[in-house]
Design a protein around this ligand. Sequence first.
Ligand code: TMP
Length: 207
Amino acid sequence: MTRGRFITLEGIEGVGKTTHGPFVAEHLKALGRDCVLTREPGGTALGEALRAVLLDPKLPGMAPLTELLLMFAARAEHIARVIEPALAAGQWVVCDRFTDATFAYQGGGRGLDAQAIATLEQFVQGALRPDVTVLFDAPVELALERTRHRGAADRFEQERHDFFRRVRDCYLARAAAEPARFRTVDAAMPLEQVQATLAALVGELAA
Ligand code: TMP
């Protein structure tokens, strides 16, 4: 059995990941790849319960370390119950956010030490790393403007622009440091152009 490939989608709020995830998964299926679409934090019953806690705007002022550990708790469950079994069974896994989000939000955004995050990454994931990470990038003002019409802001969406600037900068730095894994897509482009770029990328991956 050939192991499946692990594709993660990243970016700040408002770059369209919620639309792009299903698009990538459908394209992979159309090309004959058995594929699981999932997300973090979440992807399991326990993970979704932790997500509700993590995003709850009625829980402001959560200590950054608590936030970090809850992200990795949800991830440990997700890996054990969903990601590893799927990859081992030959399925491709498309995951809306993974550990790059932890480096970007808890590291860049909250200021936690990247080395501490890397230690947890190694402890929780062992050798598991994404094969390909698509970073949807757009200027903070444009991306956040797109989220304005959504319902009540969650705990992260309530953050200020400079928080998201640090998150974006961290994502861009990670993409620059690992060019073989990252594909950066300009999410400021019209949706049709983003989807054409994604279709080409998926075609290349599934070839
Ligand atoms: P989203 O998946 O709807 O974008 O919302 C998830 C939120 O959780 C988003 O604001 C980013 C945040 N997040 C982290 O801060 N760290 C993480 O490790 C992950 C996976 C998500």
